[in-house]
Design a protein around this ligand. Structure first.
Ligand code: DC
Length: 212
């Protein structure tokens, strides 16, 4: 089974995808980490983020062994990832890695921006997670403070809105729900509520399929 979870930054889709993978015994891939790794390689090399050729080379030389690097989680790397992920050459270089990951038995939960639309258009279930930007900013601020970091909610909200705008309006694989995706608005749900809502969607899709 392949489950595609897409949605904007800080929507809670990452935690949701991890929990669904655990529930269904599937592997999990946070595809944002891949774009973050490309961005970090460019930053580390001192290359310009606008250098498409350098970004494509970094994408082709990607080392999945480094996906666990905690430095990938920073806001700076996330912003840079949003920039380099707009290059079609970077996206093309990363397609087969993601498709191969999804295809390996017993299947996987992939979370990202274009899983249901581009990477796995035939996914068994597609869920598009949304949440009010103000709620996302509040949650991200609490998380940052929990890690002992200084966090200004207004700055975080502005960053989220800027990132949404860039991810939704790029020409290559923009952030958007696939026509057959199920919308899950978790603005008023906690993590457990979101997981339950997603499992309800998945079970309804599976039950519908068995009846055909
Ligand atoms: O989900 P995230 O914050 O880790 O993603 C960082 C950036 O990577 C995001 O702003 C856009 C890009 N991204 C993408 O273009 N396609 C994906 N499937 C995942 C992330």
């Amino acid at each position: 089974m392949i489950i595609a979870i897409d949605g904007p930054a800080a929507s809670g889709k990452g935690t949701l995808a991890k929990r669904l993978a655990l529930h269904y015994g599937l592997r999990h891939l946070d595809t944002g980490v891949i774009y973050r790794a490309v961005a970090k390689a460019l930053l580390d090399a001192g290359a310009e983020l606008t250098d498409e050729a350098a970004a494509v080379t970094a994408a082709m030389e990607l080392d999945p062994g480094k996906f666990g690097d905690p430095a990938l989680k920073s806001q700076k790397v996330g912003d840079a990832a949003s920039v380099v992920s707009a290059f079609p050459g970077v996206r093309d270089a990363l397609v087969s890695f993601q498709r191969q990951f999804a295809a390996r038995p017993p299947g996987a939960v992939l979370d990202g921006r274009d899983i249901g639309t581009v990477i796995c258009p035939d996914a068994d279930v597609k869920i598009f997670v949304i949440a009010d930007p103000k709620v996302r900013a509040q949650r991200r601020t609490l998380e940052a403070k929990g890690r002992g970091e200084d966090a200004d909610e207004a700055v975080i909200l502005a960053d989220i809105l800027k990132r949404d705008e860039r991810d939704q309006n790029r020409a290559a694989a923009p952030l958007k729900a696939a026509p057959d995706a199920h919308l899950l608005d978790n603005s008023h749900l906690d993590i457990e509520g979101g997981v339950r809502a997603a499992i309800d969607i998945i079970e309804a899709v599976r039950a519908g399929r068995q009846q055909v």
